[in-house]
Design a protein around this ligand. Structure first.
Ligand SMILES: [Zn+2]
Length: 394
């Protein structure tokens, strides 16, 4: 791969008539036509998004940076059963309004045995969405479905792009993934993470709100692909998180994440432009550039003493010792993701993805160095990439 910063994006292909066939399939299964939904046309509201807020905060106060980040990662080892939301009072299905003016997806009554907690489902070609009654009640149906619509505008293309990119390493047939909203935080993982993929149950759970969901969903979907849809499932540690971060933030456009961070204040915009991470054409943060910046910022002396989520260590405090002797147990998600961008650039996609079932201890055999040795090589590479792209550190 010549340049991991700008992965050339092929047009995402949707098979002709796929949506019509999906609708027919659903109608056959239901034994009736899908219910038509009332459409609300309402402009999107501008909300302060967590990611760009982070970038803006950097200029003022480092304390907030990695604290906000703690909402983000998924812990693939967290595979215990997730709690079910309690029942909430809802309007009758006939009165539910779904804002999907441009989408072919329709709201369905859930006929499954979890219908009390999740009265509605939505089928897209790649996912089955289970919508929590309690989340709808807590957010209000209008806000809930508006956020859902924004995500669904991008979900299929983002999922297809990740599948296409990783296709040589995946099984041919990728079943739709089950996605549950759990904004009220009944799964205990919600205290630490923004979302998670449960490999035993083969489901993604989304915590907190739609912004967080858009931020984390592609990362979780990559976990599903690499853990559950590969002839050689990814190993549980280093490769699992590294590949998920690299694919969702460097290799793919990740429209869901862009939408999640798109509403920036003038101050945030100025900051992103000033440090060189703003993509004028896309009118959004350039994810790869932002990542290179944040990865190096993880080592900033100003970060020492503050808490952040380490890839394998949970919430820990950055120390000078960590900066001097970084290990897999204490690097940030940014550092690991950018390290994988380096590994792909230096050793090629096959060397990385073709060996994702290997372990941390296999690194010397695979790449000639242990984790820490590769970390220092990455840091030199990261600085060179950042400087060549004109990204300032302040
Ligand atoms: Zn993860």
């Amino acid at each position: 791969m010549n340049n991991p910063i700008k992965h050339s994006l092929e047009e995402i292909k949707t098979p002709a008539g796929a949506e019509e066939r999906m609708q027919q399939k659903i109608e056959t299964a239901l034994g009736r036509p899908m219910r038509e939904m009332r459409v609300i046309l309402e402009p999107k509201k501008s909300v302060l998004r967590p990611v760009l807020a982070v970038a803006a905060v950097i200029a003022l106060c480092f304390l907030g940076i990695l604290g906000l980040r703690q909402l983000r990662p998924t812990d693939p080892a967290a595979i215990g059963p997730a709690a079910q939301p309690v029942t909430a009072e809802l309007q009758q299905p006939e009165n539910v309004a779904l804002t999907l003016p441009t989408l072919p997806y329709l709201l369905e009554n859930n006929e499954g045995n979890n219908a009390t907690s999740y009265p509605y489902v939505i089928h897209t070609p790649s996912a089955t969405w289970y919508l929590s009654a309690e989340d709808m009640a807590a957010q209000g149906e209008e806000a809930f479905f508006s956020g859902l619509e924004q995500l669904l505008q991008n979900q299929e293309r983002d999922f297809a792009e990740a599948r296409d990119y990783l296709a040589p390493y995946l099984q041919e047939e990728i079943p739709p993934i089950d996605i549950y909203t759990d904004f009220c935080g009944h799964a205990e993982e919600s205290a630490t993470y923004g979302a998670y993929y449960n490999a035993n149950r083969r489901e993604i759970r989304l915590f907190h709100d739609w912004d967080q969901a858009g931020y984390a969903l592609l990362h979780e979907y990559v976990h599903y692909l690499t853990m559950s849809c590969s002839p050689r499932p990814v190993s549980a540690t280093l490769f699992n998180e590294g590949v998920a971060e690299y694919v969702s933030c460097f290799a793919c456009e990740n429209r869901m994440m862009h939408a999640s961070i798109s509403s920036a204040s003038a101050e945030e915009l100025d900051f992103a432009r000033r440090i060189g991470i703003w993509d004028e054409e896309a009118d959004s943060v350039d994810l790869a550039r932002w990542y290179l910046y944040m990865a190096e910022k993880s080592r900033d002396p100003a970060i020492v003493g503050t808490k952040y989520t380490a890839v394998s260590g949970g919430l820990i405090t950055r120390t000078e010792k960590i900066n001097e002797n970084p290990s897999f147990g204490n690097v940030s998600y940014y550092e690991l993701g950018a390290m994988f961008a380096y590994l792909v650039d230096a050793y090629g996609e096959d060397a990385v993805f073709g060996n994702w079932d290997k372990e941390l201890t296999d690194l010397p055999e695979l790449f000639g160095k242990d984790f820490t040795g590769l970390y220092w090589d990455w840091l030199d590479w990261n600085r060179a990439q950042r400087e060549s792209l004109g990204i300032a550190m302040d």
